[in-house]
Design a protein around this ligand. Structure first.
Ligand SMILES: [Zn+2]
Length: 231
């Protein structure tokens, strides 16, 4: 017989006793019997309460839907996730890790220290790319800081409208493309232009959204599809 240190209570009888004591009294139950499978199925509120009591809770993450959304491009969103956590090996981070690299200058502009915050939205190369993306989405606004752009996207890119579905893809595509370009220059490859990167992003979105059905009654949707080549 398996006996643990709980006053001689058998292991397989311990859990039902705790369950009974902790939860059944909250719902006017009278013992282990009220926790039967049939009773639990008939009481959604009880299930919900028990689930909330048992699970470990954590604060909601504002940017969750910018990384884990339906229709995402995984190779893009994994880079976004690492960027949000500030885990990408920028030159500043490489130096902090003790690696002997010749400079901490940004590989895209050569003028500023290469940090995450500079690289993705403050660097003039990245800023130009992001401005072109916003223009294709008919959104008249200037790129700001990393924190500002992430907060903007996390707050506004919710729901399932066409503009949200489209804009989430180039937001993540922008971060991916900037990082890919930076990495490519780090290893000595040819510097590609903003237009080339934008072409790659448009192609990725055309492949991802091509063939999907959209509400074409709305003229703004038609214009949006035409601009992104998904009509
Ligand atoms: Zn730069």
């Amino acid at each position: 017989m398996a006996v643990n240190g709980l006053g001689g209570i058998e292991e397989n009888k311990w859990w039902p006793m705790v369950f009974s004591t902790r939860f059944c009294s909250c719902f006017g139950g009278s013992g282990v019997g009220c926790g039967s499978r049939t009773a639990m199925k008939s009481c959604g509120k009880r299930d919900r309460y028990i689930w909330e009591e048992l699970r470990s809770s954590a604060p909601k993450i504002a940017w969750h839907h910018m990384v884990w959304f339906s229709g995402r491009i995984p190779k893009h969103t994994i880079i976004v996730w690492m960027a949000i956590l500030n885990r990408l090996p920028t030159r500043v981070r490489l130096l902090q890790m003790g690696l002997a690299i010749e400079s901490d200058r940004c590989l895209l502009c050569g003028n500023e220290t290469e940090t995450r915050d500079h690289l993705f939205f403050e660097c003039h190369f990245a800023k130009n790319l992001w401005s072109s993306i916003l223009e294709l989405c008919c959104i008249p606004r200037e790129a700001c800081s990393w924190e500002g752009e992430l907060a903007w996207a996390s707050l506004l890119l919710k729901g399932n409208s066409l503009i949200v579905r489209i804009l989430k893809l180039p937001w993540t595509g922008h971060v991916y493309s900037i990082w890919k370009e930076r990495k490519s220059r780090f290893f000595g490859s040819r510097a590609r232009s903003k237009e080339e990167l934008l072409g790659d992003i448009k192609e990725a979105i055309r492949i991802r959204l091509g063939g999907k059905s959209f509400n074409t009654v709305d003229p703004s949707n038609i214009a949006l599809c035409a601009k992104w080549g998904i009509a």
